[in-house]
Structures are given as C-alpha cells and as structure tokens.
Write a protein that binds this ligand. Structure first.
Ligand code: 4AD
Length: 475
C-alpha cells in the first residue's frame, strides 16, 4: 500500500532511484492492446480466449456455410486462419487492413493448430483491386519492383524477420564477449580501403574540404578500441561500385569488430568463426519457420548447411596453400579464366571453387601478398605477406575480411608513404601508434552476404529492403 501510494504521489516530481524502481515494467499497463499473431499462436494464450487480431488479408475463401481468410501481421510466416460468416467475408479483399474480434479455437485443419472464430470484423483500410500481390508465386525480380509492398509477401517478410534475428544474434554475441558497441561516423574525410570507390558529399564547401560517405568504420573503430579494448560497430556503408553483380550493393550494412590485446591471427579467426556460428545459431532458434520456408522453396541444402556451420570448425589455409590447390586444378582441368599464379588476386571463380568444391565448408584464406591488401594490415616477418584473412563461404565467396592491424609506427608510416597517402590527413591514425600502441586486429562481415548465407537466396538485392546499386535508387 505504502509503496503504491508513494509512487502515485511522486510521479510528477523528479524521480529518485527508488521511485523509478516502483514504476517498473511489471506494474505498467500493456503498451499495446493487441498481441501479435505469432504471440497468440505460440504463447500461453489458451483456446477459448477472446482476442483481437489486426493485420492484412492474404487470401479469402468464401463458402456457403463458412468462409476462411488468412490474416498476416508480419509477426510470423503463416499468419492466422480466420473462420468467418459469408457476410463478413464479403467485406474482405486481399491486401485490405482489418481488425477481427473472436475466439481462439483448436483447428481441425492440418496446416495450423489454432484458428480464430470471428465474431466481429472491421475493415480499417480497403484495398484497391489493382493490388499486385495475389495468392500465387511471384518472381523475385517482380517483387523487387514493388518494394513498398514486398514485405507483405512470404519472402520479403521472412527476410526482414531473419535480418532482425541476425542483428540480435550479433549484438548478443558481442555483449557476451564484453565488447562495447560504438557508432562510427557516416561522413568521413578518408577512404579507408583505398579502393577509391567513394561517394562524395555535396555541397563541397560545407565542410571546407572533400568529404565522403564512409566505406568502412574500421579506422574510427580502431580509435575506440585503443581506449575501450573491444568494440564493434554495425551500420550502413557506401561504395560506388559500378559492378552489377549478385554480391555487390552501393549501400550495405557491415558489422565491424575491432579488438586490442590479441596478437595472433588465429585468435582473430576464432572470434570471427564464433560470431558467425553464434549468429547462425540464434537465427536457427528464433526463425525456424522462416528457415524451413527457404529450405523448401529456395535452397533444399540450407538447413543442413546451417546446422553444419554451427557444429563444425571452419577450414583454415594460407593464400600460398590456396594458390597451390588452384594451380593443381588448373593444370589438370584448365577451368579458370583468371591466372592462378602467386601474387594474383583470387577471383570469384577461385573463391567459389575453394569454398564450394574443395572444402565444402566456410574456409579462412590467410596471409595474402602485401600488394593485394590495404596499408593498415600487419606485415608478416617474411616481408611478402600480411597477417590477414578472407572468409570464403560456399555459393557466395567472400563473406568476411579482416586482419591484424599494423601497430608499429615506423612500419606503418613507411607503408603509408609508399602508398602515397596524404600523411597530414592520417596523422591521427599514426598517432594511435605513438601514444600507447597495442597489438590489435579486427574484421568486417558484409551483412547482406551473411543474409544470403542464412536464407539461401542468390542475390543481395533480395535481402535488403530497398536495394541501392548503380542505376537504381527507387523507394
Ligand atoms: O573486405 P572489405 O572491403 O573489408 C573492409 O571494409 C574492412 N575495413 C573491414 C574491417 O576489417 N573492419 O569488406 C568487408 C565485407 C566483405 O567481406 C563483404 O562481405 C562485404 O563487406 N562487402 C560488400 N557487401 C555488399 N556489397 C558490396 N559492394 C560489398 N563490398 C564488400
């Protein structure tokens, strides 16, 4: 009594810690009057309970005695089956937004365990007859042209739920490993990767210097790792990639982790492997229905592959070993179009061969030639290679790129000069090596490529709500 009275009287005044504790989430009235379909179907709600469902009509089947409608609110794949009178069914059309009141009942049908016996039906938003998402299979290309409605379909909504679960898995993993999430800037004055594929920001005189959209938060994450030890950032990055491939977008999301006090590449590979595995496990746990959907309609090997991913360590080989393998195949089968000589880049055809055929598993390729990689990667003692890796996965190719970072001032300065970088612009990066430098490393996971891996879809344009690529910025 006292606690309640105290709380009520005190709410208008500034809250003390004790008052805040009183006004906890357990005493708060529910924020939403209705529960999601997913929670109604899977939660503790028992049959015979009166419930309210709001969502969009996927399909209506009218019959004399009784009619059926499938209602979906995006919280699960299958929605809920509603049993309603012909009069109510006549009010509904595919795509309309509706509110149904009724009773949750056991369903005699094979497809669902519970259904909704409707007692009242209200149309919240009519749907025009031109609604393009009818109850049939549409091609992924067509769905992309209706980006404003794509998420109302099975593939579009499953992708978004799985993106959410993958993001959750990532945050969970890094929180468990005591990383601090940091936010790196979108506007930058440098080109981290040195690839030159940057979008320049206008108006040019706003910042009084050329400014770009970030291609990677890595260098900024290194600043924060040099104070907070273990950090990660998860956000959009931008690359003016002209290449119109199934793996490249102009705007994509990247998870970038940076950790101080590791001094072996293998430690970095262990963290990378665990983060991919734990994220995959979280998606498998949280989105079993969506994974089963993609396994049925998109890639019948998906479930097995994901289960193997979480249960088996990834293969590890050096770039030199990879070149040996590729050369042997090339000598025998002449199957590659690009050279497989030491010092040349691994092309998609090589990456796919290594992951999909030779290893049939995700594979870390490590220690690439220095000339193939950016300035910040740590030089190996052989002076020919750098302490780095690409993680290649079957069907996709490169999913993750990372390295130990060059923490030795003189060596880093030498590499930057050799790369003809503007030393003034990057002095702050060198300073980090002057003021308490420490061994460290990090990596970046392309989030859309991870989503390809998790869904079995083949094109990154399918796994991002509004794909941006050369010539395309619709919606
Ligand atoms: O290999 P990248 O270029 O590495 C970096 O940007 C590092 N600075 C990351 C780090 O160490 N913090 O890119 C990392 C990943 C790639 O492995 C790939 O999965 C993805 O980002 N990626 C793209 N995804 C979609 N569209 C593009 N245009 C991509 N370019 C790279």
């Amino acid at each position: 009594m006292f606690r309640l009275a105290f709380c009520r009287r005190s709410i208008p005044s500034p809250r003390t810690a004790f008052q805040t504790a009183c006004y906890s989430s357990s005493t708060r009235k529910p924020l939403f009057p209705t529960r999601t379909i997913q929670s109604l179907l899977s939660g503790d709600s028992t049959t015979g309970t009166d419930v309210v469902v709001r969502g969009w009509v996927r399909s209506v089947r009218k019959q004399k005695q009784v009619s059926f409608a499938n209602i979906n609110d995006g919280s699960n794949l299958k929605g809920i089956q509603a049993i309603l009178s012909e009069a109510d069914a006549n009010k509904l059309s595919t795509g309309a937004c509706i509110e149904l009141k009724g009773t949750l009942a056991n369903s005699p049908g094979k497809e669902q365990s519970k259904e909704l016996q409707v007692t009242a039906c209200k149309v919240l938003g009519e749907c025009d007859g031109s609604y393009p998402l009818q109850k049939k299979r549409h091609t992924l290309e067509f769905l992309r042209t209706i980006g404003h409605l794509r998420a109302r379909g099975n593939t579009g909504s499953a992708v978004l739920r799985m993106r959410n679960a993958a993001g959750e898995g990532i945050h969970k993993f890094f929180a468990e490993q005591e990383f601090v999430q940091v936010n790196t800037p979108i506007f930058t004055s440098h080109d981290c990767e040195g690839g030159g594929e940057v979008f320049q920001v206008l108006p040019k005189d706003f910042f009084k210097k050329p400014v770009y959209l970030t291609v990677s938060g890595q260098l900024h994450a290194e600043i924060m790792a040099s104070a907070l030890s273990r950090v990660y950032t998860f956000g959009p990055v931008f690359r003016a990639e002209e290449s119109l491939t199934s793996r490249h977008l102009a705007e994509f999301w990247m998870l970038e982790a940076e950790m101080t006090f590791i001094d072996q590449l293998d430690q970095l590979l262990d963290v990378t492997e665990a983060s991919v595995q734990d994220t995959t496990r979280h998606v498998l746990d949280k989105c079993a229905e969506d994974v089963a959907f993609f396994n049925k309609w998109t890639d019948p090997t998906l479930l097995d592959r994901l289960q193997q991913t979480v249960n088996r360590p990834f293969v590890r080989m050096t770039y030199s070993e990879a070149i040996d393998i590729l050369q042997r195949v090339q000598d025998k089968e002449k199957r590659f179009n690009f050279p497989t000589t030491w010092g040349s880049s691994l092309q998609s055809e090589h990456e796919r061969y290594l992951a999909s055929e030779y290893c049939q598993s995700p594979v870390f390729v490590t220690d690439y030639p220095v000339d193939l990689k950016p300035f910040y990667m740590r030089a190996n003692s052989d002076e020919k290679t750098v302490s780095c890796f690409d993680l290649l996965v079957p069907g996709i190719g490169e999913l993750v790129g990372g390295s130990m970072r060059e923490e030795r001032y003189d060596i880093l300065e030498g590499k930057m000069k050799q790369a003809k970088m503007n030393m003034e612009d990057y002095q702050w990066y060198l300073d980090l090596r002057k003021y308490g430098s420490a061994p460290h490393g990090g990596y970046g996971i392309g989030f859309e490529r991870l989503m390809l891996w998790l869904t079995g879809l083949e094109n990154v344009r399918e796994v991002v709500p509004m794909p941006r690529y050369a010539g395309h910025c619709k919606f």
